[in-house]
Design a protein around this ligand. Structure first.
Ligand SMILES: [Zn+2]
Length: 88
């Protein structure tokens, strides 16, 4: 069982979260007409054995998006931060 320590809610089972994909992927600019850049953004993903930065959303809790650095070999979590600073 993977436990994710949400910065807002504390440790929770991963069943409360939704995986949101690779956090290292950067979206091209809206006016970027480079087909290859959009192709890579939409379809090309790495499948690392080791440290991986991932988006997770706490859908059954605070609904915040998190960036979780997880080792894909043993699910050890190195860091968890909010993907976006909360508004004031
Ligand atoms: Zn939360």
């Amino acid at each position: 069982m993977l436990r994710i320590d949400c910065p807002c809610c504390g440790p929770r089972d991963h069943d409360e979260f939704r995986y949101g994909g690779d956090a290292s992927v950067i979206r091209p600019a809206h006016d970027d007409a480079d087909f290859e850049a959009w192709y890579r953004y939409v379809f090309v993903r790495k499948n690392p054995a080791g440290a991986h930065r991932e988006h997770w959303q706490h859908v059954l809790g605070c609904r915040q998006w998190l960036i979780v650095e997880r080792d894909t070999r043993n699910h050890a979590i190195a860091s968890i931060v909010l993907a976006r600073r909360p508004s004031r």
